[in-house]
Write a protein that binds this ligand. Sequence first.
Ligand code: NAI
Ligand code: MG
Length: 349
Amino acid sequence: MLQAYPDPMTSSSSVLLIPGDGVGAEVVPAAARVLAGLVPELHFDEAEAGWACFQRCGSALPAATLAAARKTGAVLFGATQSPSTEVPGYASPILALRRELDLYGNLRPARSLPGERPVFDLLIVRENSEGLYSGREHAIADGFVAERVITRTASMRIARLACEQALLHAARVGRPARLTVVHKANVLKKTDGLFRSACLEVAANYPTLQVGEMLVDTAAMWLAKDPGRFDVLVTTNLFGDILSDLAAGKAGGLGLAPSANIGGHGVALFEPVHGSAPDIAGKGIANPLGALRSSVMLLQYLGYEAAAQRLDAAIEYVLVHGPLPVDLGGQATTAQVAGAVLDMALRTV
Ligand code: NAI
Ligand code: MG
């Protein structure tokens, strides 16, 4: 049977919550209440990370948090706030978690809101470990250079993950499996040339898969104009980051977009795509549906498939019938939206 995750953790019912900063600390507790109501045997621990944590204890990702993530195996992460200027000693905790836990694959699904056109249901598989996120920036005479690292090993493994995901996606949506390799090999001949050829080489081992390729700028145009032409896309780190926010914008906004960071041995991290949203933090109005959709993916990872489907269906129901959060044109608070989702999910038990 096809697995939603290459390394599912079906023997555990523990979840580590890392709420983080801003609205992360609002949507994660809301999602945890829904998870606890839906699957009473789940056990929750909590750990710190982020800017407030850094200011308090001098570390944005304390060793205890990393150890707890390794031990627990399933992490629900909110968002952290990162300053745009360099702060000595501060590094983005989500990037560090991805690196330390070897979470090389970032799954970012996006689907059209119920009843909205164009209809689409796609998945962006983003390489999570290298590319322009290598962290290698150095000075030159008149500025700085950022190194965009693309290796054959990392390209092959993300390609394999994407091919598996394309088969799974096809089984779920009932269409032939299609994978689009997104790159900029016409300009980045060496780095994206390698990424492209590695993806095509791996995909050739999947005879039922229809494989296409597209330049990233064209992919952005088609995602904006007709996202329904895509099923699964695989791309490098920064392109995946940007294209997935574009897809999220087509799918109702950042407040709704979920993601999973996978590939690590015995550990996976689930997080809404959005950040700490300082403009609305503290008001109790953050949309919890991105965190709840991430919780659907977490439940699948833990093997609670029936509960995952009930939660997913309850989210769709609330999107149609309300109460809707402010970013979707409604007036409901974070707690009201999450409460309505839980009520609906429990009604379908
Ligand atoms: P953002 O995602 O925090 O906010 C962008 C826009 O979307 C804002 O208008 C915000 O109000 C809205 N939004 C985001 N989440 C929402 C939600 N749940 N409900 C309703 N509206 C929501 O991105 P921005 O403003 O670019 O970054 C703010 C901070 O977040 C920065 O410090 C950035 O570094 C950090 N960040 C952290 C991420 C992470 O921890 N994984 C990811 C992205 C940004
Ligand atoms: Mg992003």
